[in-house]
Ligand binder design. Structure first.
Ligand SMILES: [Zn+2]
Length: 316
């Protein structure tokens, strides 16, 4: 059976990471003493443990075999495939750009329902950021987050609590995923991107250890993409407007490259004169801020990149 979870299989691989295992153990321990908070926010980069922790914690809460680590009982296995009746994952529906208020209401209106299989019901919010969890949908959720019924556990996923509405943050207990070891990331990169562990370590080095950046860069030759982004950013920063346009187009075709552009700017700042470094860092900050506005306002990515950077990259 294909997984109904909204994440690719490799995002669950970190279940074997030591830091994820320790957090899971702590949660299970709290649960066994009846002290696990009903609403948790799992904070970390996508694919670097938060999905794995959510799924494994959920499995241990619905388990029929004593909730042991990596239990293979039918209940745990169905949960891992996203087909357990006591699991509901709230995510953006295909063709939509936000979590709909109706989706939240459907969950909230049905909360009193006891677990189908007798233990716990789980709600996982695949992204608690705003967007896609906008204020209307979030408001419909607040009372539940504040005090979920005893048989309900809500897990919200986020990479940056600053992008989650304060009304939600204040109602959750945050669990920050620990950073994986170099060997753990290299092994994940090797399996997801088909590169040797040695090459994976080289890529991580090039990205200054930013595993999320390397993982999020999609398929293709990572080193080549990184070099290309850096060359374009360097030319644009020196006043080459054609390079700037090409940057815009490359990001339009592959939104994951926005992170590479920001990274290239930061990298460049480290090896430039103070004046150029200041412009590069200013451009990186402006780009991040513009991207956040763009997401909220549903603006076009290409023009956001070129429009934001053009005035900043003009030669002094
Ligand atoms: Zn089990």
């Amino acid at each position: 059976v294909t997984s109904l979870l909204p994440w690719p299989e490799e995002s669950l691989a970190p279940r074997s990471w030591s830091g994820v295992g320790r957090l899971l153990e702590r949660c299970r321990d709290l649960h066994s003493r009846g002290e696990l908070p009903g609403t948790l926010m799992l904070v970390g980069d996508p694919g670097l443990g938060r999905e794995a922790l959510a799924v494994e914690l959920a499995a241990s809460l619905v388990c029929h075999g004593g909730g042991q680590v990596r239990c293979r009982c039918g209940s745990c296995e169905r949960l891992r495939r996203g087909v357990h009746p006591d699991l509901e994952v709230l995510d953006v529906l295909p063709g939509k750009t936000e979590i709909l208020i109706e989706q939240v209401r459907a969950v909230v209106d049905n909360l009193a329902q006891r677990p189908y299989e007798g233990h716990q019901r789980l709600f996982i919010v695949a992204s608690a950021h705003t967007p896609p969890l906008n204020s209307g949908a979030a408001s419909a959720f607040l009372k539940t987050l504040e005090e979920p019924p005893l048989h309900v556990t809500v897990l919200l996923l986020a990479c940056n609590p600053a992008r989650v509405l304060p009304t939600i943050v204040s109602r959750t207990v945050q669990l920050r995923l620990p950073a994986p070891t170099l060997a753990e990331i290299a092994s994940l990169l090797a399996s997801t991107h088909g590169v040797s562990e040695e090459k994976a370590k080289g890529l991580l080095d090039a990205a200054r250890g930013d595993a999320a950046l390397v993982l999020g860069s999609g398929s293709g030759d990572l080193a080549e993409k990184l070099a290309e982004a850096r060359a374009l950013v360097g030319s644009a920063l020196a006043g080459d407007s054609l390079a700037l346009l090409r940057l815009g187009v490359s990001v339009k075709h592959d939104p994951g490259r926005l992170a590479w552009v920001v990274d290239s700017l930061v990298h460049l700042a480290g090896s430039s004169s103070p004046k150029t470094a200041e412009r590069a860092l200013g451009a990186a900050a402006a780009l991040l801020a513009a991207d956040r506005r763009r997401a909220v306002l549903h603006l076009d990515l290409e023009s956001t990149v070129t429009g934001t950077l053009a005035p900043l990259l003009a030669p002094a």
